[in-house]
Design a protein around this ligand. Sequence first.
Ligand SMILES: [Zn+2]
Ligand SMILES: [Zn+2]
Length: 183
Amino acid sequence: MGTLFKLIADSALIAKDPDDYTECQVCGGAVPVYGAKGQLANPPDPQDPDGDIEVYAACAPCILSGRVDQLDQSIRATIRGACSNPGSARSAEAALNRTPMGVPLFMQGRDWPVCCDAPTEFLGSPPSFDALLAFTESSREWSHGLGAPSTDFAQTGPPEGLRDVSFFECTSCRLRYFIFQPT
Ligand SMILES: [Zn+2]
Ligand SMILES: [Zn+2]
């Protein structure tokens, strides 16, 4: 389990480049900041409800406080579909909302494997094609849910980029998952 963010392994966590993002867009606090894509929950000016702030980067305390509403309808539907009851879906949504966005890359939209009624932990992308083959052969493919396995890299060869593939592990039962989103 990640030290800073439970759902992202420390080795897979990537902070925003401090040359591009010099402060937290929510609190103005110091770097490092992480990808946090969404609307600022509870906009600071209640007189101006249209003044929602679009956030791209926030510091760890702001992300962990859930101040940025990061979950779109599609990912909420994915989580609800994978959880066994509304209570666990709510806590799974809350846990994922308190996790930086931007790692994994997810060029085709947000997705996240859910197992044992909770979001799994993101472990990173494969460092090599051999590592990719080893991991995908011992894990299940996820695409907004568990479907029939469709990607066999032993047949197709390497993806265009290794970051197109993301590895996850359930922190309860240790089952492993991968998501393949070609760029
Ligand atoms: Zn902040
Ligand atoms: Zn599990």
